[in-house]
Design a protein around this ligand. Sequence first.
Ligand SMILES: [Zn+2]
Length: 397
Amino acid sequence: MAQPETSPTPKTEEAEPKERIAHPFRSLSELVDYVSGKALPTAGPQEAGLAEPVPFPFLAIVGQREMKLALLLGLVNPAVGGILLIGPRGTAKTTAVRSLLDLLPKVERSLCYYGCLPEDIDAGGIDAVCPDCAQKYAEGLPLAAADRVRLVELPLNSRLEDVVGGIDDRAVAAHERARLRRGILAQADRNLLYIDEINLLADEIVDAILDAAAQGSYTVRRGPVSATYRARFVLIGSMNPEEGRLRPQIMDRFGLRVIVRGLEDADGRLEAYRRVQAYLANPRNLSAAYSVEIQAAAQEIQSARLRLSRVSLSKKTAQPAIKLVQSLGIDSLRAEITWFEAARAYAAADGRTKVSAGDLQAVAPMALRLRRSQFMTEYFANQGKEEEELETLLTKL
Ligand SMILES: [Zn+2]
């Protein structure tokens, strides 16, 4: 299939067979740069008929280095505490999130409705799991199996009932007994939860999601029935600031914040256009053109996840970073938690087990931007005045 296309400026390189084995990259961050610069093979003939939806390949997204890096760090280390993508429409935010499908790592997933895991027994004894799982454990049966992380999208019109779960009407009708139905948050356990236009979501829903994300579980009570579900997920939100602001307390709960802008250079825009055209003409061909890199990246992510627990941050490296956070006037402790966890993920993705100052530098902007609060600065200044006043009055007492 080496027929030249009718496109005005055909690339010289045709889709080559699977022979490229050596990768000119060492780490995920290098991979991201390498693939962005890769010349796209010209599109093959258009496929007839309807194909299954194939996501746009993550590694085919042109530019947007920081967005790609933030998403990859979230896959390596869920403790980065969520990722917020901020930018206008048409900057590939949703495309980038959906394209993670090809890269998602594997996790141990519970085989039980309540999400019991063997590690719960290790941590809290046999009572930490449901009776069925306790029985299984006693019989030596597995409680979990390896499964791919999934991408769960929260529809914008979701009601609180859909999100946290509620009374299962069908169970009531069939058994004359109230039972709870799992909500989207319980389904998101050990997965990615994506919320597009998070700034347009009702406050009560955002609060429920953030509380569950912070605690890793949540409890639903409906009359006499209640249930606790696990909800350990990586939250990814995206928003267009033109359509409304995000409450500052919500903004603070996102670990990494990425400002996504349109591509600036003309060549990049042209390449992005070509890739979108190639995708629309034949999604499978475009995906195949990146299959080697996608596979390599997925393996890198998996091994970085395994390495992560051994990655440490020394006091000597951490102290100047904490000083920097303080000198920026950031009060939220989440700033350094996120910053350090992102740096650990970055080091792990680079095949190292010690966080360097360079790792901290590489991820600092996404961990630290939009953390300063004008309101709190003014609030503390005013409060300081009141304290002084009180003290002067008290001395006169
Ligand atoms: Zn169970």
